[in-house]
Design a protein around this ligand. Sequence first.
Ligand SMILES: [Zn+2]
Length: 138
Amino acid sequence: MKKCAFCNYQDKEVIIYKDAVCYAVISHDPINKHHVLVIPKKHYMQFTDLPDAVVARLFVVAKKLSLAVRKACNPIAVEHISDDDLKKTGINLVEHYKLHIIPRFKNDKITHFWNRKGDKGIKVRASYAKDIKKCLKK
Ligand SMILES: [Zn+2]
């Protein structure tokens, strides 16, 4: 089995934060300059695999780092993204959960094509709400 790059992180020069639960680095394959990854030290593949305490820590650290990213490069926006590649389609270059912090700049040519379907009305949205509420664990 291939060694996980995030369980065995090598590029010490780009580690910008570290604690007992997680660490953060500058992305190896950035979307924009100052693109940061917040990574749990333990190997988890998906967001839903993370223990609650790890989720909390990652987001507290992401908040702190987002403020630093804002100061470091003066973006017009900051995105916070993660993907769970449920069907192993290769969306994730490293199959170890990470939270991306991506500064955005005017005319940076980064696009997320959201093929919005328009508002289908309150009844349709209520049926989606019902689907999810049925699946929520009490
Ligand atoms: Zn790993």
